[in-house]
Design a binder for this molecule. Sequence first.
Ligand code: ZN
Length: 195
Amino acid sequence: MVDQKKIEEAVRLLLEGIGEDANREGLRETPDRIARMYGEIFAGMDEDAGEHLAKTFTVESNEIVLVKNITFYSICEHHLMPFYGKAHIAYLPDGKVVGLSKLARTVEVYARRPQIQEQMTIQIIEAVMEHLKPQGAIVMLEAEHLCMTMRGVEKPGSRTMTLASRGCFQEEPKWQELFFRMIGENKVYNQDLAN
Ligand code: ZN
């Protein structure tokens, strides 16, 4: 649970720090609003992906499972600014699968905390590998980082892609190729590599 009092205090100081009058009408409720909002956007701090991935189902044949375009919103831990985009997760089961919504839940658990995209990608794939024990898994995140596009180099629309693969998706190219074909990114990806 977030410490609402501490956040309120910090926001008041932050407003004073930028030269604002924290007591003016428009800002008076802001510390309280942000404290409550932080309870929501950092809710993943108190959650364990294992809770969502623990309930598995037995399957007879092991066919690839892919959930693509899982929208997520996270907060970059270097600037406390949002980064947001899509996650694509695939795995090749080894006798057990999990409810599809649980993969989206897993993304939420790791998105709702101060994060860096590279680390979030690894945390998601490690959770899938640990709890589902599949033959392999692959996770791709594509996101826009406001700390990049609003300031500094200011490249609106630029996207950061991160990829992690394990097991058959790491060892056998055909599985990775199938993944890219299924998410419809194979051309773009190959072009990126060529440039
Ligand atoms: Zn940042």
